[in-house]
Design a protein around this ligand. Sequence first.
Ligand code: PSV
Ligand code: MN
Length: 424
Amino acid sequence: MLFEKNRITDYNQPLLAAHRRRLAALTAETPAAPGILDKLVRFQVAIPSWALGTGGTRFGRFPGGGEPRNLIEKMEDIGLLHALTRSAGAISLHIPWDIPEDTMHIRSLAASLGLRFDAMNSNTFQDQPEQTLSYKFGSLQHVRPEIRRQAIDHNLEVIQYGIGLGSNSINVWLSDGSCFPGQLNFRKAFENTLESLREIYASLPQGWKMFVEYKAFEPNFYSMTVGDWGQSLLYANKLGPKAYTLVDLGHHLPNANIEQIVSLLMMEGKLGGFHFNDSKYGDDDLTVGSIKPYQLFLIFNELVEGMDDLGMDHASGLGWMIDASHNVKDPLEDLLQSLEAIMISYAQALLVDRTALSAARQDNDVVRAQEILQHAFRTDVRPLVAEARLRDGGALDPLGLYRMAGVRKNLIAARGMRTITTGL
Ligand code: PSV
Ligand code: MN
């Protein structure tokens, strides 16, 4: 279900006067507003094809109906998010959940929805029905070379699909590791994984990047072979200049200082991509900004500072993606909330007075430094975020329009109540 341009303009009309009042009040106090608006308009976040259905836990799954039944319907859902927000202009595919059968058709559909193909994701964490060898004891790390071979070949196939779609990166997340002490020779597992990654790396086309995503635990609970940013950075450094670390917010042990990790990875020129979500305990896959919005702001603060120091373009310098999918919300409403939270944190980080902050640091004025950060964090930047959307043809209140238009009801009518999407 897609929105006509007129539909969005008509919806915005009665909201315009109040929006302009709020925006005028904010811009009067924010000299940097015009530059911030330009950056907000350009900033795009990829939506993974697996976030469009209701997620589950190992105890159950409670789909709300109208879930996309195939890749085309997934793309239509993302097209709808993009039409409303103008900030979801990319899609990230997982193979084999989303094999593009007709590449030309998929490419032209993406173009008509204003979407590009972000990082491709391989999957060696599940056994597929037609698969001959099992990943029960790992994939790229496996003690048996023929299983490593199968996993390498799968990644090479994913790159081929990516070439066909015009993507330019592959994200490798491995569930490899061990559940019990003694199960694994850590160094052997690392070396096998490195050797396998080297073969995939060698097949990267010109201009492509490889992201090595780490995760502290789950599904292996004693050791993960890419368990933290140190291990990911080791692989990335050994592989070469096209390999980068990917940070997923939910993949750390509790209380990890993710903003510091981000800052140092950027210093090393090795931060490649980012998966947004929120969590209270582990890889909870909760709506971005729903639990720890201040942490999200602090991360964006480091991202902006790091990208500016390196002269990177904010919109294209790193791979930005939401990686979340959970149990109780309408997935599209969840993604609208996540997109809003990302844009708010980004706008707040752009507001930070960096000259004053660096002077406060130089003077060891800890109180002033905190005040500067929290001034930006406590500024209500929502009128700026809404204005950026409005300028690009989006809805002033995407969630409001989504509900008013009865999107979920219409999707259920079109696709049925019992549809189940591919993915987790
Ligand atoms: C693993 O938890 C992860 O974050 C990786 O990014 C996967 O590709 C994604 O979830 C989907 O399984
Ligand atoms: Mn992830």
